[in-house]
Design a protein around this ligand. Structure first.
Ligand code: NAD
Ligand code: UGA
Length: 457
């Protein structure tokens, strides 16, 4: 089938940028992105591109080029489904927080709702594409729903997981390492291959069976997260032994079999997917009775929790075992640089730990709003919330502080006048660099007590 009309259900961090790039690269295809969330859709339609709901470098230009031409954002889900030949499901698949598999399994209720809606609305044959990250064999469930509640319409299911990373989404979509398409039906696979072939070289478009495709996505995230936990485990050993984790990363990364990427020790990985996808993998392994496999992968998450907690513990210990009433400044709240996404950000956990010790917290992040930060701390009571202050200006955030913790690797932190910041802090002035971002020599020369992850002082 030659595709000229696409619908994507879910206008989030994946649906929005992915469809914007498809529309940009395929002007002959009408792309409609739909969502139940009215304010999100209104933001995607906002004339001021600074108000797009997802911040990604370069995304504004892509949206500006395609929106209104062949890219549309709407809340009319039924209409978009009806008009499309191909439907991408790009809704959220969070960790289940109730019932069987609570805290581990993926919650597929949004996926099932989409499948039922597609079944109810469709009057012509359609290709349904899983873009969301799903447990292996979900396509079977979707197919069952579509086949048994439909109107005699034929549905083909494809798995097309997304590998973009936030902060580099547009770049990753323009130049993907690979595009993965899993499916059974040759014609359906070809229809999707033909779309990507508009800008992705043929040798980078990989086709597999559906189950390999679904499982490859969980596996890729598990491997990436495992590298971060591995280097973070070594960072703790470095702090005890006089080794420096940056030097160790460089030394091992030069081995081409290991490679240099994803070896940056940190305050712990965050983001909406690594933890969720590994826990999902663990749950699937357990459900097949593969307990050793499950335990192996669960350790990646256990190590990450340990890294976040030991970072805040170290702050308390270094500040003479009490931070009650002391001002501590958190530079960065997003889970990584160049995004406004804060889901599972290590900053949330660290702020909660410090507030439990009654510290006063000042937060500065160049892209995250005060509203978002307060929402992330919803579990705090009213008195605890009073301990949080969000600043628009980093110098104000650091004023009269006992310590600064760098939690996101924003480039701009390196451009600050650190002498001025030092002058306005209480002494001794501490920096806990959770990203090994700042120049240790310069900070020490100014007078800071500079404490990095993965090296002794
Ligand atoms: P998100 O929460 O940003 O967006 C999901 C959107 O789907 C929300 O706006 C929600 O309102 C909408 N939605 C839910 N149910 C709906 C329904 N029935 N009808 C219409 N809209 C509905 O999530 P996201 O970060 O875009 O992730 C989506 C999926 O992609 C997840 O499975 C995730 O694991 C996967 N993924 C995410 C990333 C990433 O970088 N964020 C990368 C690769 C894969
Ligand atoms: C990750 C994967 O990289 C994407 O391929 C995948 O599509 C996506 O998850 C997903 O499925 O959601 P993302 O979470 O956006 O992308 O960002 P990453 O660059 O992977 O970073 C994840 C976390 O690990 C961040 O908190 C980052 O700071 C941390 N990290 C990363 C480190 O601490 N050290 C590193 O060396 C690399």
């Amino acid at each position: 089938m030659k595709i000229n009309s696409i619908c994507c259900i879910g206008a989030g961090y994946v649906g929005g940028p992915t469809m914007a790039v498809i529309a940009q690269k395929c002007p002959h295809i009408k792309v409609t992105v739909v969502d139940l969330n009215e304010s999100r859709i209104a933001d995607w339609n906002d004339a001021n591109l600074e108000n797009l709901p997802v911040y990604e470098p370069g995304l504004d230009a892509v949206v500006a080029e395609a929106r209104g031409r062949n890219l549309f954002f709407s809340t009319d889900v039924d209409k978009a489904i009806d008009e499309a030949q191909m439907i991408f499901i790009s809704v959220n698949t969070p960790t289940k927080n109730y019932g069987a598999g609570k805290g581990m399994a993926a919650d597929l209720k949004y996926i099932e709702l989409c499948a039922r809606q597609i079944a109810r609305v469709s009057k012509q044959d359609k290709i349904v594409v899983e873009k969301s990250t799903l447990p292996v064999r979900t396509a079977e469930a979707i197919k069952n729903i579509l086949d048994h509640t439909g109107n005699g319409v034929q549905f083909q299911i494809l798995s097309n997981p997304e590998f973009l990373a936030e902060g580099t989404a547009v770049q990753d979509l323009h130049n993907p390492d690979r595009v993965l398409i899993g499916g059974e039906d040759k014609d359906a696979i070809k229809s999707l291959v033909d779309i990507y072939a508009n800008w992705v070289p043929a040798e980078k478009i990989l086709t597999t069976n559906v189950w390999s495709s679904e499982l490859s996505k969980l596996t890729a995230n598990a491997f990436l997260a495992q590298r971060v936990s591995s280097i973070n485990a070594i960072s703790e050993l470095c702090e005890k032994t006089g080794a420096d984790v940056s030097e160790v990363s460089k030394a091992i990364g030069m081995d081409v079999r290991i490679g240099s990427k994803f070896l940056k020790a940190s305050v712990g990985f965050g983001g909406s997917c690594f933890q969720k996808d590994i826990l999902n993998l663990v749950y699937i392994a357990k459900s097949y009775g593969l307990h050793e496999v499950a335990d192996y992968w669960e350790q990646v998450v256990i190590m990450n929790d340990h890294q976040k907690n030991r970072f805040s513990r170290n702050i308390v210990q270094t500040l003479y075992n009490t931070i009650s009433g002391k001002k501590i400044t958190l530079l960065g709240w997003a889970f990584k640089k160049d995004t406004n996404d804060t889901r599972e950000s290590a900053a949330i956990n660290i702020a909660q730990n410090l507030i439990a010790e009654q510290a006063k917290i000042a937060v500065y992040d160049p892209k995250v709003s005060e509203k978002q930060i307060k929402e992330d701390l919803i579990s705090l009571d009213e008195n605890q919330l009073k301990l949080i202050q969000v600043n628009q200006d980093p110098y104000e955030a650091c004023h009269n502080s006992h310590a600064i913790a760098v939690l996101t690797e924003w480039d701009e932190f390196n451009t600050y006048d650190w002498q001025k910041i030092y002058n306005n802090m209480l002494k001794p002035a501490f920096i806990f660099d959770g990203r090994n971002l700042l120049d240790k020599k310069q900070m020490t020369k100014i007078g800071f007590t500079y404490i990095a992850v993965g090296s002794s002082n």
